[in-house]
Design a protein around this ligand. Structure first.
Ligand code: GDP
Ligand code: MG
Ligand code: K
Length: 319
């Protein structure tokens, strides 16, 4: 029986370790990383006839190369290639938490968002249109309360669906109904104009990968750098070349070193990056790293405007 490798990625204090404990039945200490050591805990468990290996990664706000935690998490994703990533998100702090989500989307990893601390969101009276936000991001989202364990089964049902992918329908007879129901529910809301049935599934595919749109100027530069990277036809990339292009435009030194040591046309790639960075500065009047950050927050703000209602803000409008 194959083991499904799953990694928990999310901001500090969003409930990763609590989720790890409740899913794996372990009793890891819930506390902040001291900052001195960076490591990850692994837990093993069985669910619905599947074996899982779950990794609790250190908390990060971003996937840049600015802290040991960020580098560690990124290295884990790139080198260990987990089958599915659980992006744990504090549902009460969406704007900040979804920034990391947009970077994971750039990496084109298979993932599900655990909308954790959902109890706090419910208590606040604020509302979130989960299905719509899930569609806008192109990522399935499952509300969870890792302190009590609510939603964790649903989360792992969706993970099984993601892992099984296109072969899932063929195997559906062998898979317990509960798994299929959860996954179908998510799928139907996720691709609303496409009903989940039979052969249709495989041809249309269920992963509707969405790029975060960074606006025309940035997208043009990302494409230019990406095209240069893709000239290496015989290189098989373990992760998204779009992610590489974005990281180069962010002046990410770690990715730059990887490109220089691994790609024969690194010099032309870096030259293209430099040329595009200068062009961007001229048209946008900000450096490319800042422009990318701003574009990502712009995307998040827009998505939340459509899906999130803050009761306190509404009240202010009437007083
Ligand atoms: P981590 O830093 O991401 O590993 O987060 P922890 O698992 O250490 O949790 C941080 C704090 O949030 C702890 O006090 C948890 O008890 C609490 N917590 C975790 N999940 C939930 C949840 O779903 N709801 C609520 N209300 N609190 C939670
Ligand atoms: Mg933790
Ligand atoms: K913590």
């Amino acid at each position: 029986r194959r083991t499904i490798n799953v990694a928990l990625v999310g901001n500090p204090n969003c409930g990763k370790t609590s989720l790890f404990n409740v899913a794996s039945g372990s009793h890891e200490h819930v506390g902040n990383y001291s900052g001195v050591t960076v490591d990850a805990k692994a837990g093993h468990f069985e669910f619905q006839g599947y074996s899982f290996r779950l990794i609790d990664l250190p908390g990060t706000y971003s996937l840049s190369a600015y802290s040991p935690e960020e580098l560690y998490v990124r290295k884990h994703i790139i080198e260990e290639t987990p089958d599915v990533i659980i992006n744990v998100v504090d549902a009460g702090n969406l704007e900040r938490n979804l920034y990391l989500t947009t970077q994971l989307i750039d990496m084109n990893v298979r993932m599900v968002v655990a909308l954790n601390m959902y109890d706090a969101l419910q208590r606040s009276g604020n509302t979130l249109d989960i299905k719509h936000l899930s569609r806008l991001l192109g990522v399935p989202m499952v509300p969870t309360i890792s302190r009590t364990g609510e939603g964790i089964d649903n989360l792992f049902h969706v993970i099984i669906g993601l892992y099984e992918g296109a072969d899932f329908m063929e195997q559906k007879q062998e898979i317990q109904n509960e798994v299929l129901r959860e996954f179908r529910e998510w799928h139907d809301s996720y691709v609303p104009d496409h009903k989940f049935e039979g052969d249709d599934f495989e041809t249309k595919g269920y992963i509707r990968h969405i790029h975060i749109n960074h606006g025309p100027e940035l997208e043009r530069s990302i494409d230019a750098v990406k095209n240069e990277i893709c000239r290496n036809e015989n290189i098989r990339y373990k992760y998204s070349t779009r992610f590489l292009a974005i990281k180069l435009l962010e002046n990410d030194k770690d990715i730059e070193q990887r490109v220089i040591s691994q790609l024969p046309n690194a010099q032309t790639i870096i030259q293209t990056r430099d040329k595009e960075a200068r062009r961007l500065y001229n048209v946008l009047n900000e450096d490319s790293e800042q422009a990318i950050t701003n574009a990502k927050y712009g995307f998040i703000t827009g998505a939340l405007k459509e899906t999130y209602t803050d009761v306190h803000q509404n009240k202010e409008m009437f007083t």
